[in-house]
Write a protein that binds this ligand. Structure first.
Ligand code: NCD
Ligand code: ZN
Length: 345
């Protein structure tokens, strides 16, 4: 049996939702993570510092007494975001970053940005005050193939932002393609990317094994094996520009297993086990800590966590629970469907 100890991880991209879902999903994250960046795509979205503070209070109430956890809040950027309000919310520490969703890109992104040019004054302000910009990097035009939307976003939008504002701290969230890994790797030092456990574990075949698999449907959608391999390469090498953002995104099982199923994978429960397995499979367990616990905090200018967690490689694969109950419904737990031997102890 093999055992490793790593600095307690951070999750730089989570969806906690609200109300009864929030109460059941928060402990799934706080068990293994010390900090997280919380996404603002509620209905209605978190648009200002006051809403962020109230949301943070609801999150804090859901943290088990035994866990030490700090949520970092975000603002949802719209074309109406007032840059002075944004600056005030950032300076007051009500929010840590702002999230850019192209309008219609994903779950609850209807209020998102239609034309990047309309928010350039806000982005300039963010660059000036050092506030990080988090980007859902996909175009939304119907005529662009769903598998190409990240690449097209990089060419049509990200490249423009990076050239106009090289001093802006940008995280390209949940990257899925070789194009994104290359662009970020070659980009300036302020440009980094987060990667999810499901995009490291699976390629797009997983959406269609023997039938349609709604629990493997998320946005950006899973891609070809060559793209997964490019993510594996940067993550398992410990490349400083790439770090964990799980994009754990709970939806009721009834909304996933539906004639129009929601996008989002709830992976918080076994995230660290799955990542350890993936890194081990690529003989890179020694770089797990960089990916989960060091590269992200380093980019965001935060100190590293003081506590540690231990993972043990068992002789038999761990048996995943399938669902977590929420009222009369449930949240289905992500299972990559390969043997996972690593357990957080
Ligand atoms: C996320 C959600 O459900 O909020 N869904 C997803 O498929 N990742 C939104 C997002 O991060 O795109
Ligand atoms: Zn997300």
């Amino acid at each position: 049996m093999q055992e490793i100890e790593i600095i307690k991880p951070d999750d730089w991209h989570v969806h906690f939702r609200d109300r009864e879902i929030l109460k059941v999903v928060v402990p799934e994250t706080t068990r293994n993570f010390a900090r997280a960046i919380v996404m603002p795509n509620l209905i209605p979205p978190i648009l200002n510092g006051k809403q962020a503070i109230l949301y943070k209070e609801r999150i804090n109430k859901a943290i088990p007494k035994t866990d030490n956890f700090e949520p970092f809040m975000t603002l949802y950027l719209t074309e109406k975001t007032n840059k002075n309000d944004l600056e005030e919310a950032y300076n007051n520490k009500a929010v840590f970053a702002a999230k850019l969703y192209p309008a219609g890109a994903t779950t609850n992104s209807d209020s998102g940005v239609k034309d990047i040019k309309n928010i350039m004054p806000t982005l300039e302000k963010m660059a000036k005050i050092g506030m990080p910009l988090l980007i859902h990097g996909e175009v939304t035009h119907n005529e662009v193939d769903i598998f190409d939307r990240e690449k097209v976003f990089i060419n049509q939008n990200l490249d423009f932002i990076c050239k106009e504002l090289p001093e802006l701290k940008i995280t390209l969230e949940h990257i899925t393609t070789e194009d994104a890994t290359m662009y970020v790797n070659q980009g300036n030092q302020n440009l980094v990317a987060s990667i999810t456990p499901h995009h490291l574990a699976l390629n797009r075949n997983a959406i269609f094994v023997g039938g349609i698999r709604p629990h493997n449907y998320c946005l950006p959608i899973l891609k070809r094996e060559k793209h997964r391999k490019s993510l594996i390469k940067v993550a398992t090498k410990g490349n400083k520009k790439f770090f964990l953002g799980t994009d754990t995104a709970p939806h009721f099982t009834s909304y996933k297993e539906n004639c129009c199923g929601c996008a989002g994978i709830f992976n918080a429960t076994y995230c660290m086990s799955i990542l350890a397995q993936v890194f081990d499979d690529y003989n890179s367990i020694e770089n797990l800590e960089k990916f989960t616990s060091l590269n992200g905090s380093n980019h965001y200018g935060l100190s590293k966590n003081k506590t540690k967690i231990k993972l043990l490689k068992r002789e038999n694969p761990i048996v995943f629970k399938k669902q977590i109950k929420v009222g009369n419904d449930s949240i289905s737990v992500f299972n990559p469907n390969f043997p996972v031997y690593w357990e957080v102890i």
